[in-house]
Design a protein around this ligand. Structure first.
Ligand SMILES: NC(=O)c1ccc[n+]([C@@H]2O[C@H](COP(=O)([O-])OP(=O)(O)OC[C@H]3O[C@@H](n4cnc5c(N)ncnc54)[C@H](OP(=O)(O)O)[C@@H]3O)[C@@H](O)[C@H]2O)c1
Length: 349
């Protein structure tokens, strides 16, 4: 038997966690592969998976038999330790969506870049989360940059597509882009993609994060949340999910606020508002795959990703952690918003 640990979280109170231990049978069924989770990142994005877990179905990826509790998904690397498929022998390293657990059994259907987990419970869930890349055939993989990949790769695709959607629509006629939670990685990735496109970038952030956000050198202006923005034609990109901030901006800018787009909710409150349009990355992805072809898309995204990762290591340091107890400590700290944006957390299992 294989000893497995799993961190479970109370779905109604994300501060309540427990490390469960159980024994996993080494018997694998048809097409099954046993993965040992190795290295993951943890940011506010993972907290959002918990906050809107019921709404979007994030609790369904890694079901656990623990009443009212669930497993938070993380992005990272895992190694095949046992396999029924010749194409995925032990030692194969893969990147994808992983549980807060030492092990994961997947039912793999091979693809050109790796495999898809076809486990019954995952079939109705969005395909993007069910695909795993084998690192040895992934052109974007760099073994020296695993930390940057686990932290930024799931976020930067959104940054890239969001910036592209704005440019594709000529910024809806605005020349200023106002961005909340400007210190977050997805927000500053978007700002980096928008640099040089002729728009003024205004970052809004908590008072304590103004210094860090300015230090990035990505925004033309950085303001604390309680400062007034200039009244001029603007697009608002909301990563905070703050209903109060949205109302303040609409009251102040009025008709000058030409577009209001919701991307995140770092403040952990889901609040739908008809004035705001939800950003759905797959729509822009589909459009650009049609415009540019898969290869053209891959080349453009690859160039943007390389430009971003060349700088990201200078902007944000990395704190290394290991094991389930430290994973729980990082979870509590990110959940409570105590983390310093100049440091990002990577956990080895
Ligand atoms: N729709 C999509 O496709 C998509 C994709 C990726 C990410 N996102 C969303 O974008 C948001 C940012 O994710 P990230 O992983 O980039 O974040 P991150 O880098 O971990 O962001 C940290 C920042 O979030 C704010 N924050 C964190 N915890 C908080 C708390 N408890 N209370 C209030 N503010 C808090 C603070 O920024 P400030 O002080 O600057 O507010 C903090 O510096 C998340 O909501 C995520 O789900 C959406």
């Amino acid at each position: 038997m294989i000893s497995r640990w799993t961190v479970v979280v109370d779905r109604d109170d994300l501060t309540k966690t427990e490390v469960l231990h159980d024994e996993l049978s080494p018997e694998l069924g048809d097409c099954e592969v046993l993965l040992r989770v190795d290295r993951v990142g943890l940011t506010a994005n993972n907290v959002t998976y918990g906050v809107i877990g019921d709404l979007i179905g994030y609790w369904k990826f890694f079901p656990v038999s623990a009443d009212g509790r669930g497993v938070i998904p993380l992005w990272g690397f895992a190694d095949v330790v046992d396999s029924t498929l010749d194409a995925l022998p032990p030692g194969t390293r893969v990147y994808g969506y992983l549980p807060m657990s030492s092990h994961l059994v997947v039912r793999a259907r091979l693809t050109s870049s790796g495999f898809v987990d076809t486990a019954d419970h995952r079939a109705p869930l969005p395909a993007v989360y069910n695909s795993y890349l084998v690192t040895s055939t992934d052109p974007a993989y760099d073994p020296q940059q695993e930390d940057l990949q686990v932290l930024y790769r799931p976020l930067f695709m959104t940054s890239f597509l969001l910036a592209d959607q704005l440019a594709d629509n000529d910024f809806y006629g605005a020349r200023t882009v106002v961005i909340s939670s400007a210190s977050s990685k997805t927000a500053f990735g978007t700002a980096q993609c928008l640099r040089g496109s002729g728009v003024r970038l205004v970052g809004l952030t908590s008072s304590r994060n103004v210094g860090f956000t300015e230090s990035l050198g990505l925004y033309d202006t950085v303001l604390p949340y309680d400062a007034a923005v200039d009244v001029e034609p603007s697009v608002y990109l909301d990563f905070s999910g703050s209903a109060d901030l949205r109302s303040t901006l609409h009251d102040r800018l009025g008709a000058s606020l030409v577009k209001d787009i919701s991307i995140g909710l770092t403040q952990q409150k889901a609040s739908a508002d008809p004035r705001s349009q939800f950003f759905f990355a797959p729509d822009q992805l589909r459009k650009r795959a049609a415009d540019w072809g898969q290869d053209g898309f891959g080349q453009r995204f690859g160039a943007a990703w390389r430009a971003f990762t060349a700088q990201a290591g200078e902007w944000v340091g990395i704190a290394q952690h290991s094991g389930p107890d430290e994973l729980v400590e990082v979870w509590q700290s990110v959940l409570a918003g105590k983390t310093d944006p100049s440091t990002a957390d990577v956990i080895t299992f």
